[in-house]
Design a protein around this ligand. Sequence first.
Ligand code: KIV
Length: 259
Amino acid sequence: MIKKIQNIIDKKNKSKIVCLTAYSKNIAKILDKYCDIVLVGDSMANVLYGLKDTHKISMKNIIQHSKSVKMGIIKSLLVVDMPKGTYPNIETAKKNAKQIIKITKCDAVKIESNNKNFNIITELVKSNIPVMGHIGYTPQFKKKFKIEGNTVKKAKKLLKEALQIEKAGAFCIVLECLAPIASQLISKKLKIPTIGIGSSNYCDGQILVTDDMLGLSGFYPKFVKKYASLNRIIEKAVKKYTSEVKLVKFPTRKYFLNE
Ligand code: KIV
């Protein structure tokens, strides 16, 4: 097991794990100073490409953005989402995960659970490919967004799924949009860390889509705290630039190259 992965596991019950998404170098460079894990998520489908779901993200898309993100990363653990349809069976999953790791030099891949594909995780881990699991609202497999695990019975069902992912060898697991009773139960029972998104503060760590928390994406469900309104800052700058270009106030002599 690589040391960076063990360091993440060792944080369980000691210090909260900080994670965010990135799709490009400049953002990754900032996140790297603060995050334990940077995820190249297939949420790029909605956030960057304006698609209605994550299903059309290809190996080419994820590899291209991960190569860019890798350029900004020095210390964080870099995890890359395996796109929908790239892990339908053990052989294909191994081939694609190896390609992602070889080309992007990431540390681990993330796989969404369909409550059946535990053997894929087992085999990837056997091949020395570290895997992050993902349960709850899993956009590659579930059509409709809904809160998961909001009764004791449903929470126990999710716990069973999470325990199978842990048994398969995943080093941590994303809990997406779980009711607090479920995230608390799972975080308590699992030995590996849980990373929550919309899943309360019982998790061992938190992740958000960076563009959402920076106020860039226009997508602000209840669980997203907007830490900045970058859309407003960018618009202000672009408006000023537009006005200065039109009024020939930019570029002034200071920006000329022949003096
Ligand atoms: O694709 C993504 O960004 C994710 C996170 C929301 C966990 O899977």
